[in-house]
Ligand binder design. Structure first.
Ligand code: GLA
Length: 394
């Protein structure tokens, strides 16, 4: 963990102590990037994400009664409820914590009340998975506090389900899995069907992962996300009528999709075709990384963006301007929108010695079009969620 984290750990732990009069258990929970493989996770496909050095710090403690007290330190907001009256809150953020408790209770785990103070620097709504960081980090803390003995995979599934059922986004498992399985210096090739994974080293010191944040999140983001998922399912349902063994788009080779193209609504075909191509790009992109061929890898990132923009249609003007501007700069290997889409960030692989030129050019183009500067973050691949030892850190 970087030294910059220390003041945050201390201030969150201190806020907990001041409010609740005892020492908390402290958890660090990271955001994530995804190099390639977008909208493939819920289609049982492949993704290539990594945890990053943006994080949420959570201080948690358990209570003997059934009261749940939550504090979003950065927002200056508090929320209190009882384990017997879990209901969605209009504040938004409590739902990520309550959803986890709800899942544990549904799983037959006898819960006790808790207190939780959290804060961090993962920009909200940026596509860096602040929500998964909150869900998985909180679950990790409860697992430790209450000795639940859940392993990381179980926690990832449970955190995903809490978002599906309590928050209402039918997300795949990529974000929660990455949060819990992140590994310093490596991205994760995850097979979202078998949940087998492999760490792929990403350690080139001369290349930086640069995130450009549009700072917009269009209203349609979550409803359109669920619509995309339903369109993919419609394609699978249709093919399954001919091939009963087919379970997801993962089982459908391009040829089979094409064979039944005429039976599908054109939009369903286009969405499915994107997912099938994107899965191929993840696998061949991993080979590029293993050969250290960043030119080839970057080319696949660009194709991924084009597919997301034209076929899957989850990009937006702000993202497209950022990608186009990035591709005009020397030393940029690849650029594409990242995450669910309709706002959030682009991810760019940029040579270290071109970062300044990159930032200037991209910011200017964005400002010319939209009248304000994008936020630009340099990120490093970091480790996954874990306990912060307060004593060792003073
Ligand atoms: C969001 C979801 C993920 C994944 C991405 C798109 O981040 O939470 O599960 O589907 O969008 O790749």
């Amino acid at each position: 963990m970087g030294t910059l984290t220390l003041p945050r750990v201390q201030s969150i732990a201190t806020e907990f102590r001041n409010r609740f009069g005892r020492a908390p258990l402290v958890v660090r929970s990271p955001g994530r990037v995804n190099l390639i493989g977008e909208h493939t996770d819920y289609n049982e496909g492949f993704v290539l994400p990594g945890a990053i050095d943006k994080e949420i710090i959570l201080a948690v403690g358990s209570r003997d009664d059934r009261t749940c007290r939550m504090v979003a330190a950065d927002l200056g907001q508090t929320f209190e409820t009882s384990l017997d009256a879990l209901a969605r809150s209009h504040l938004g953020w409590p739902n990520y914590l309550l959803g986890v408790v709800d899942q544990l209770q549904k799983g037959g785990i006898q819960m006790r009340g808790f207190e939780c103070v959290f804060g961090g620097d993962i920009p909200i709504g940026s596509g860096m998975s602040s929500s998964a960081a909150l869900e998985a980090g909180f679950l990790y803390g409860l697992n430790e506090l209450h000795g639940l003995s859940l392993d990381r995979l179980r926690m990832a599934r449970l955190a995903q389900r809490s978002e599906n059922e309590f928050v209402g986004l039918r997300c795949g498992i990529m974000d929660q899995f990455t949060n819990l399985f992140g590994h310093e210096g490596s991205v994760i090739l995850l097979d979202c069907r078998s949940l087998q994974y492999e760490y792929v080293p990403f350690t080139r010191n001369d290349i930086r992962i640069v995130l450009c944040d549009t700072q917009v999140k269009h209203e349609l983001a979550s409803s359109e996300y669920n619509v995309r998922r339903a369109q993919c399912e419609a394609g699978v349902d249709l093919i399954r009528k001919h091939e009963p063994s087919v379970h997801s788009l993962r089982d459908i080779p391009r040829g089979l999709l094409d064979e039944h193209r005429r039976e599908m609504e054109p939009i369903v075909y286009t969405r499915c075709a994107y997912v099938i191509s994107e899965n191929e790009r993840v696998l061949s992109g991993c080979d590029d990384l293993r050969r250290d061929d960043l030119e080839a890898f970057g080319g696949k990132m660009i194709q991924s963006h084009e597919g997301l923009r034209d076929e899957y249609q989850v990009s937006c003007a702000e993202l497209d301007v950022l990608v186009e501007a990035a591709l005009g700069v020397d030393g940029v290997y690849g650029a594409r929108m990242m995450g669910g889409g309709f706002g959030g960030c682009t991810i760019n692989l940029v040579r270290e010695d071109h970062i300044q030129e990159f930032s200037g050019t991209v910011a200017d183009s964005f400002k010319n079009m939209f009248g304000k500067a994008p936020k630009i973050y340099l990120s490093r691949i970091s480790g996954g969620t874990g306990i912060v030892n307060l004593d060792a850190r003073g």
